[in-house]
Design a protein around this ligand. Structure first.
Ligand code: ADP
Length: 446
């Protein structure tokens, strides 16, 4: 087992990994940028090393700086968290060639899953249903038009190396397709360093339902059920829950099996998520996230399996301590992401000092957050400052618990998305479980 782990991340996920290490008696060393000097989670690790100035490119995304810190700290492994370098195959390769274990899947699996058109090819090979679209990237306007005629409008233009809901464009006809192709390629190049794009049929109002998978290095893969992440703003998740109100037992079983087949096809180990869109009784693969996800506590709450500890154990070569049939799902879990954003100013980031802070508590309530009173949120990074997770025996109880927990939550001094979350939890369509990925954008338009 590892003795010392370096955490190449910040904020709530750094704190989450520190906690897992502590429970496993593993020492944790956390890196930080100058913008995060003195941040609350640093004091909870066994050691903290400054890796550069505020901009991510010079700190949390700097492979040489992080590897130097790992060497100075003499760690056995690196946990990348999510975002930053978590799905960077080059980083995984450098870690392993420096004799430091990268806590995540193999370089080959990261490569095949990170490139979305390769991931779709792997899914096809594993017999997993796909959204109709181009076979691989589209190179020219003529090819794009040909694909669009075959699959029919509306079509979605997506970046091959995309992520975070960015760079997607819907085209309703030939003219908008040609116009959007160019700007999508330019945007993809600027954001991801890769201009290639592919096309998919644009589903009108699907649900986003994903399957959590966990594999060990001996080829065993299990799935840990689904998360419904259809409550999104601009293709970014805001609320997640499990079980999904949209699945019946048959669909759930088929999706779980499809996810495991794909994982086995690419020799996946570690934690990962296979994302699908669901429409009616059909499901379509969209992508794999080859890392721990923000919404992992939903699954932990439902299954009592600690996903971060599992990631660490599997990376150290341990076998999965349970089989598919041992996994049990209890009750209903729900997560709200709390962002430092101003809903009245188009959700612009709202960094600054938290003047007063009181987190909710009580039965079935979990708060994963690095925030506290007096903490100054730097303007340089993601605006998520915490996650509120609740558990109930039924969906109705989880909703009531989430409402009262959101009402208890006090974060003063900055603007947050708490008022929006309170509104969603009281919306009759949400309460009925009747929502699609367009729900929130429609609610905000009213
Ligand atoms: P990213 O990696 O940028 O997050 P995804 O492929 O995971 O991109 O898609 C993010 C979200 O975009 C989905 O949850 C869904 O809301 C929407 N989306 C993606 N593909 C489609 C599609 N073919 N039709 C309709 N909506 C889609």
């Amino acid at each position: 087992m590892f003795k010392r782990i370096l955490i190449a991340n910040r904020g709530e996920i750094a704190l989450r990994v520190i906690r897992a290490c502590r429970e496993l008696d593993i020492e944790s060393v956390v890196v930080y940028s100058k913008a995060d000097a003195g941040a609350p989670w640093l004091g909870l690790a066994d050691d903290a090393i400054c890796i550069g100035p505020a901009p991510s490119a010079q700190s949390y995304l700097s492979i040489p700086n992080i590897i130097s810190a790992a060497e100075i700290a003499n760690v056995d492994a690196i946990h990348p968290g999510y975002g930053f370098l978590s799905e960077n195959e080059h980083f995984a390769e450098v870690c392993r060639s420096s004799n430091i274990e990268f806590i995540g899947p193999s370089v080959d699996a990261i490569h095949r899953m990170g490139n979305k058109s390769e991931a779709k090819a792997a899914a096809k090979k594993a017999g997993v249903p796909l959204v109709e679209g181009s076979d691989g990237p589209v190179a020219s306007e003529a090819q794009a038009l040909e694909v669009a005629r075959r699959i029919g409008y509306p079509v979605l233009i997506k970046a091959v190396s995309g992520g975070g809901g960015r760079g997607m464009r819907v085209a309703h006809n030939d003219i908008s397709l040609v116009n959007s192709m160019m700007s999508a390629q330019a945007e993809a190049d600027a954001a991801f360093g890769d201009p290639s794009v592919y096309l998919e049929r644009y589903l009108e109002g699907p649900r986003h339902v994903e399957i959590q998978i966990l594999g060990d290095r001996r080829g065993e893969v299990v799935h840990l059920g689904e998360r419904d992440c259809s409550i999104q703003r601009r293709h970014q998740k805001v609320i997640e829950e499990s079980p999904s109100p949209a699945l019946n037992p048959d669909l759930r079983k088929k999706m779980g099996r499809a996810a495991v087949r794909l994982a086995k096809e690419v020799g996946y180990h570690g934690a990962g998520t296979v994302e699908f869109l669901v429409q009616g009784k059909e499901f379509f693969f969209i992508e794999v996230n080859a890392r721990i996800q923000v919404e992992h506590p939903v699954t932990e709450t439902l299954t009592d399996i600690d996903l971060v500890k599992s990631q660490i154990l599997v990376a150290a070569g341990e076998p999965l301590p349970f089989k598919q049939d041992d996994v049990e799902f209890r009750g209903h879990a729900m997560e709200c992401r709390i962002n430092a954003e101003d809903p009245d100013r188009g959700f612009a980031p709202s960094p600054g000092r938290i003047e007063a802070y009181a987190a909710p508590g009580g039965l079935g309530v979990r708060v994963d957050s690095h925030a506290r009173a007096g903490y100054r949120i730097p303007p340089n990074y993601d605006s998520m400052i915490g996650k509120l997770i609740v558990h109930g025996t039924t969906r109705d109880e989880a909703i009531r618990r989430m409402r009262r927990a959101l009402d208890e939550y006090v974060i003063d001094g900055i603007k947050t998305t708490l008022p929006l979350l309170r509104r969603v939890l009281r919306n009759s369509y949400f309460v009925a479980g009747d929502y699609s990925t367009r729900f929130l954008d429609q609610l905000l338009a009213t």
